[in-house]
Design a protein around this ligand. Structure first.
Ligand SMILES: [Fe+2]
Length: 179
């Protein structure tokens, strides 16, 4: 009998992309798999470290766990991955919705770069940050990585872009795994 792969394991990650990677986010117009691959590839082009590349690749895995439109995909993805990955991977993922609130508060022009769906979910996610929230966010050890991830996330929505395949990231993911 086939065993169900352990949550957060490489086998479980690859199985999720296999089963649900074709799901299209109506707001973005591209599939989960394409969005993940473009994100990882942009992170590599920006010479980000392995942990951030992995975070970019896996940042929306919560959408595949919950179904697109899931309301807390950043938290569910981070918790699921934390069984196998260190905080340098899971924290930017957990914080990527907060990073949108942060950027919108710090840089009013950032609004112009956001897709309509991202703006629509803003209210639900808490709107702009207060002064206290800004300071609390900046005090988090992985907040800068979360902001990098967020900017990459916003760009990784090109329907025509060509990216390296999922398989090409297997070794990088394996190297980062803690369990
Ligand atoms: Fe995303």
């Amino acid at each position: 009998m086939e065993q169900t792969p352990k949550p957060g394991s490489l086998a479980a990650i690859y199985a999720l992309f296999e089963e649900r990677g074709a799901l299209v986010d109506p707001g973005d117009g591209i599939s989960q798999l394409e969005h993940a691959l473009q994100s990882a590839s942009l992170a590599r082009k920006e010479c980000r470290g392995d942990a951030l590349i992995a975070a970019c690749l896996l940042h929306d895995i919560g959408h595949m766990l919950e179904g697109v439109g899931g309301k807390h995909h950043e938290a569910s993805g981070a918790v699921w991955l934390s069984r196998s990955f260190p905080p340098a991977v899971t924290e930017p993922i957990r914080l990527h919705a907060e990073a949108k609130r942060y950027l919108l508060t710090r840089e009013p022009n950032y609004r112009d770069q956001l897709a309509e769906a991202s703006l629509m979910s803003l209210e639900f996610q808490g709107g702009l940050m207060s002064k206290e929230e800004l300071s609390a966010f900046e005090a988090l050890p992985h907040h800068a990585s979360a902001v990098h991830l967020r900017r990459i996330d916003d760009q990784a929505k090109e329907p025509e872009a060509e990216s390296p395949r999922l398989e090409s990231w297997r070794m990088l993911l394996a190297r980062l795994m803690t369990a």
